[in-house]
Design a protein around this ligand. Structure first.
Ligand SMILES: Cc1ncc(COP(=O)(O)O)c(C=O)c1O
Length: 369
């Protein structure tokens, strides 16, 4: 059998950057700036610029950034936040952490993103924010959702954990809502050497308070103005992200090229391929195809040494941890069907033509039988 093709190959990205990364990490070891420090400060400046935002506040994870975003907006117990059930669970964690209730709205069948047409029905006097996800790297319908936010005077929080550098109508995402949150988990389009996250905003007061909240609620050491958190980004992560950020645009284009090749190679198969909305330029964090025989296809890929993954098999309204919300199977049929049918194929900037051609050949082989 040929060489297996991993679903994700982080080593391939590390190799060419290794000397630079070693030097950046050594610098942190030398200057002993382990929590925040100069490399984190520099990264915040550079990432804000990349997003076209005035402020970036770095955290120890994307989940922490989302949590702080909702605190900044004053969301708390008894409040509701409208969001998607078809995402990684951390989107909803942030809502739960502030004591509010996730109110789910189903997704659009073609893009997997929150369906703007269904949002208004879910708005109640308790709704305090709308928090959609740019899922798999594809911007949600920012225009339609911002219009709903304006009409109902609700803030928009963008969960951009999977969408660094994605564009809506030609503009990099990050500043459409009041706050946007990113993850730098190693497998993300911009990944740290460990955990990391950030929020970006054009609101100076939010940025100032976010900096205090991530550092035990203090701006002056050992004086605590409000209850805070230990959500600081580590110095080493700032150093690593600083090395990687200049490559992000090139990596995004490489991901888009892989996606384009997959589209060419798989167009004649019975798979439903990812649809890029007319307003969107996806960062292709994932390349997710759909088919009712997804489980059989996955078994075939596994057996032939092609890595693949499920994002996400069980929507959040059906997760055990959210049973108390009272949702039932059938409440969000599009999300439930997507959970049964979606399959993520390997996609990363370093995926070679022969590799992606083999992925396509193994997929085609499945349908030829
Ligand atoms: C959509 C989404 N939201 C939030 C998160 C949470 O980010 P982190 O893992 O950095 O806490 C992730 C990634 O893990 C994600 O994919």
């Amino acid at each position: 059998m040929s060489e297996p093709i991993p679903y994700l190959d982080l080593r391939a990205q590390m190799k060419p950057l290794r000397a630079e990364l070693d030097a950046a990490i050594a610098r942190t070891l030398d200057n002993c700036s382990f929590c925040l420090g100069p490399d984190v400060v520099q990264f915040e400046k550079d990432f804000a610029k990349f997003c076209g935002a005035q402020h970036c506040v770095a955290f120890n994870s994307g989940t922490s950034a989302l949590h702080i975003a909702l605190l900044l907006l004053g969301v708390g117990p008894g409040d509701e936040v409208i969001t998607t059930p078809f995402t990684f669970v951390a989107t909803s964690w942030a809502i739960s952490y502030v004591g509010a209730k996730p109110v789910y709205v189903d997704i659009d069948d073609a893009t997997f993103n929150l369906d703007p047409k269904l949002i208004e029905k879910a708005i109640t006097p308790k709704t305090k924010a709308i928090m959609p996800v740019h899922l798999y790297g594809q911007p949600f319908d920012v225009g339609a959702i911002l219009e709903i936010c304006r009409q109902h005077k609700l803030p928009l929080v963008e969960d951009a954990a999977q969408a660094h550098g994605a564009k809506f109508q030609g503009k990099v995402i990050g500043t459409f809502g009041e706050i946007s949150c990113f993850s730098f988990y190693p497998g993300k389009n911009l990944g740290a050497a460990g955990e990391g996250g950030a929020l970006v905003t054009n609101n100076a007061d939010f940025a100032k308070r976010a900096r205090a909240l991530r550092e035990h609620g203090s701006t002056v050491r050992y004086y605590h103005d409000e209850i805070g958190y230990n959500y600081r980004m580590e110095g080493i992560q700032g150093a690593v992200l600083g090395v990687k950020l200049p490559h992000l645009e090139k990596w995004t284009q490489a991901r888009r090229r892989v996606a384009h090749r997959y589209h060419q190679l798989l167009q004649d198969t019975p798979l439903q391929l990812p649809l890029e909305a007319s307003f969107a330029e996806s960062a292709y964090h994932l390349f997710v195809v759909r088919h009712p025989r997804r489980d059989d296809l996955k078994a075939h890929l596994d057996a032939n040494g092609v890595g693949c993954a499920l994002h996400y098999p069980l929507p959040l309204h059906l997760q055990k941890c959210y049973a108390s919300l009272g949702y039932q199977a059938g409440d969000f049929p599009i999300s439930e069907k997507a959970g049964r049918e979606c399959l993520s194929l390997p996609i990363y900037p370093e995926l070679t033509d022969p590799q992606l051609e083999r992925v396509a050949a193994v997929v085609k082989d499945f349908f030829s039988k």
